[in-house]
Design a protein around this ligand. Structure first.
Ligand code: SF4
Length: 226
C-alpha cells in the first residue's frame, strides 16, 4: 500500500468509526471561533467552551471584545491559562478583524496569519470549518496519530512538517473532517502518551505501524524466552 493509499484508507476507516465527528468548540460566529482557537492553546476544548459561554454573554459582539478592558478580559479567560498573552492577542485580533477586514474573517492562510495570535493550526481550523477550504489542523492528536501510522517518524513534533506531509496524503475533501476524527480517536483510544491498543478496532490496528512494530517485538521476545 502506498502512503497515499494508506492515508485514504485511514480517513475512510476513521469515518466508519466516527461518522459524525465535528469541531468540539461551540461557536456561532466566525470571530468567535477565531477567539476560541486562540484560547485552546494548551487548554482543553471543554474548558474553552465553558469560559466562552461567560465571555460571549458579557461581550456579545466583535466590537465588545475589540474595545474591552483587557484586564477584564484577562479575568474571564484566566482558566484557559497563558491568559495575559491570550487576552492581548484576542483583543488585538478582534480590533484588526473589525477595523482592517470590515468584520469579515479572511478566507486565505496569508491574511489569517496577519491576525494577532493566529498561527497555522488555528488558521487551518478556521479555513476548514468556516470556509470549507481543505487543510490539516496539526494539533497534538493529529501529530501523534500520523506518526503512529507511519506517515513520518513517531518522534516528529514539528506541526508545519506534519501539516505538509498529511496535506499531501489525505484526500483534500476529507482533510477537515479527518482532523476532527483524529481528535475523537485521540481522546478515546489512540491517546497520549499511552495508546489503548487493546481497545483499538482491528480495521485500524492492521494499518498501524506502531501496533505492528509492538507485535513484532513481542513475538521476538517470546521467541527468545522459549
Ligand atoms: S493500535 Fe494503538 S497506536 Fe495504533 S492506532 Fe490503535 S490505539 Fe493507536
Amino acid at each position: 500500500m502506498t502512503p497515499e493509499e494508506k492515508a485514504r484508507e485511514l480517513a475512510f476507516r476513521l469515518k466508519k468509526l466516527y461518522p459524525d465527528s465535528a469541531c468540539s468548540l461551540e461557536w456561532k460566529e466566525p470571530w468567535q471561533l477565531m477567539i476560541m482557537g486562540r484560547l485552546s492553546a494548551q487548554c482543553t476544548d471543554a474548558r474553552v467552551n465553558i469560559v466562552c459561554r461567560d465571555l460571549f454573554r458579557e461581550m456579545p459582539t466583535l466590537s465588545d471584545v475589540a474595545d474591552c478592558d483587557v484586564h477584564r478580559l484577562e479575568e474571564i479567560i484566566r482558566p484557559c491559562g497563558l491568559y495575559r498573552k491570550k487576552a492581548e492577542n484576542v483583543k488585538e485580533a478582534c480590533r484588526m478583524l473589525r477595523d482592517d477586514y470590515g468584520g469579515v474573517l479572511p478566507d486565505t492562510m496569508e491574511e489569517l496569519l496577519k491576525l494577532a495570535g493566529v498561527g497555522r493550526k488555528v488558521a487551518n481550523l478556521l479555513l476548514g470549518d468556516v470556509y470549507n477550504v481543505p487543510g490539516i489542523v496539526a494539533d497534538t492528536h493529529c501529530i501523534k496519530i500520523g506518526g503512529r501510522f507511519g506517515f513520518y517518524p513517531e518522534e516528529t513534533d514539528n506541526p508545519v512538517k506534519v501539516e505538509k506531509i498529511l496535506s499531501a496524503l489525505i484526500p483534500e475533501d476529507m482533510q477537515t473532517e479527518t482532523c476532527h476524527r483524529f481528535v475523537d480517536f485521540g481522546r478515546d483510544i489512540c491517546s497520549s502518551p499511552t495508546p489503548k491498543c487493546d481497545k483499538c478496532p482491528e480495521m485500524l490496528r492492521e494499518l498501524c505501524d506502531h501496533y505492528l512494530h509492538k507485535s513484532a517485538e513481542k513475538t521476538r521476545k517470546d521467541g527468545e524466552k522459549s
